[in-house]
Design a binder for this molecule. Structure first.
Ligand code: CTP
Length: 465
């Protein structure tokens, strides 16, 4: 979420010390909100404004240690857990200070001291360390990312491309970018930051080395998933312009960068699947009427999900086989809840008739899901149609092509009719437009995986304090 594409406004306050921060809000083990800092408000402040007292007992996962201004309000409202990656905090301890001060600016140090005091006098658990990835997951993500539907489509459309080379070049580029954002390259600087934010105990070996290695692995996963939706020759373009069910005019699509970012979120999510073979992820975002204080602008999360057996079921309780199993009773299809079904079922916001609600899903909706998506009032779908037209008996994808009443933005080579970014104003790069605009980079998405490759309880962080 820290890298959510945003438009830089003219009046954006230039504060060299403030770093954009991403936030995931979890309640009852479910993701209810995805946020990032905006031009005026920090991610923690956005959460307080958005949820108010409902934040009590929530678990918050920050991409950096939040500043004292956010922490005091979050402690005050009674969140149950605050977790963060212990790199350079929200008020940077590394950025060269403005007004002639040095990098150890008084402001940042005072903030670090205040955060420490707030932490030691507070009730919420505060977690810092990133857990190691499951054995083999890194390689699994590389393999499944380079063969996912999005890459397959690129390869099919451009047979002259060396798809493996493309993937690894994009991955390397992502590794550089993400490492620069999240890891502090210089180990001594990192130790210095940890000492200043009250985590001296992590400066000792083997904790320090493990901490950095775990983050490096996580960055590797992000880099692979991001490389699997390469915005070089392909993008999300409308398949066939259809009048909406209500007869209302076509809604505008989001920019290619946002579409890709949300697709990457869905691909990441798909690695949590319980399907023995195919992971599918879905995220639903809506475009609110008024400009939000969030770094996501008017967009807000409605829900997210991945394909899994019914909540509360145990491993092996239901059939796991696919169509190759002759005995149909032993096939998985009648038991697995699809990604879209979970995203709709456990949504944290209502789907409003007069708002543009968008589904980003890593596989095109099957015949079971098409009427659900339509009935729920989704206005736009961003997906790949690689499975469209297939009928495998227990699961089929015959109805997607005929799905009317909403706009379908399909991952494809060229803009056949309407390109989302044509509508979306200035071109948005990963980060912002204008002078700080970065080169378009690749981001993420996913597929087949072993069960339980990812931790199930959102705990990328473990308790430390
Ligand atoms: N939009 C979609 C499409 C599929 N699925 C999930 O994907 C799995 C089935 O995927 P599919 O590839 O169609 O079938 P398999 O037989 O598993 O694999 P294969 O591609 O080899 O046929 C099911 O768990 C189903 O829940 C989903 O959640 N959402």
């Amino acid at each position: 979420m820290e890298l959510f594409p945003k438009e830089e406004t003219e009046d954006r306050k230039e504060n060299e010390f403030m770093q954009s921060t991403g936030l995931v809000v979890v309640q009852d083990q479910r993701v209810v909100g995805l946020h990032c800092s905006g031009s005026e408000l920090h991610a923690g402040q956005v959460a307080v404004i958005r949820y108010g007292p409902k934040l009590a007992a929530s678990e918050l996962y920050f991409s950096r240690k939040p500043c004292a201004t956010c922490l005091k309000m979050l402690i005050n409202v009674g969140v149950s857990r605050i977790s963060f990656w212990p790199g350079d905090p929200e008020i940077s301890l590394l950025v060269e200070g403005h007004n002639g001060t040095d990098s150890n600016s008084q402001e940042a140090i005072l903030d670090a001291i205040a955060s420490e005091k707030l932490k030691s006098n507070s009730h919420p658990h505060m977690g810092v360390a990133v857990q190691p990835l499951a054995l083999g997951l890194q390689q699994f993500v590389v393999e499944t990312s380079k063969e996912c539907d999005f890459m397959e489509r690129v390869s099919g459309d451009s047979p002259e491309l060396d798809i493996e080379d493309l993937f690894f070049r994009q991955r390397r580029q992502n590794l550089n970018t993400f490492s620069g954002e999240f890891l502090i390259q210089n180990e001594e600087c990192h130790r210095d930051v940890l000492a200043k934010i009250g985590l001296e105990n992590f400066c000792m070996e083997p904790y320090f080395c493990n901490l950095r290695q775990n983050m490096r692995e996580l960055v590797g996963v992000l880099a692979s998933v991001a490389a699997s939706v390469p915005l070089l020759t392909h993008g999300f373009y409308m398949k066939d312009a259809q009048p909406t069910a209500s007869g209302s005019p076509q809604t505008r699509g989001v920019s290619q960068e946002i579409a890709r970012h949300c697709t990457i979120q869905a691909r990441l999510l798909s690695y949590r699947t319980e399907d023995p073979k195919v992971g599918v992820g879905a995220v639903i975002w809506a475009e609110g009427k008024s400009g939000g204080c969030d770094g996501t602008g008017r967009l807000y999360l409605v829900g997210c999900g991945y394909n899994a057996y019914p909540v509360g079921s145990h491993y092996g309780q239901y059939p796991q086989m696919d169509t190759k199993q002759q005995d149909r009773q032993r096939r998985k299809y009648r038991y697995i809840i699809h990604a879209e079904q979970n995203a709709l079922t456990f949504r944290s916001a209502e789907i409003l008739e007069d708002e543009n609600t968008m589904l980003f899903v890593t596989k095109c909706p099957c015949d079971e899901c098409v009427p659900l998506v339509q009935g729920a009032g989704i206005k736009q779908i961003y997906t790949t149609d690689m499975a469209s037209g297939k009928d495998k008996g227990d699961i089929s994808y015959l109805r997607f092509d005929g799905l009317r009443g909403l706009q379908k933005f399909i991952w494809q080579k060229s803009c056949l009719t309407t390109c989302p970014s044509e509508y979306a104003g200035p071109h948005l790069a990963n980060g912002c437009v204008g002078k700080h605009r970065r080169e378009p980079e690749l981001e993420l998405s996913c597929s087949k995986r072993p069960r339980s490759a990812m931790p199930k309880d959102h705990s990328l962080f473990v308790d430390q304090w």
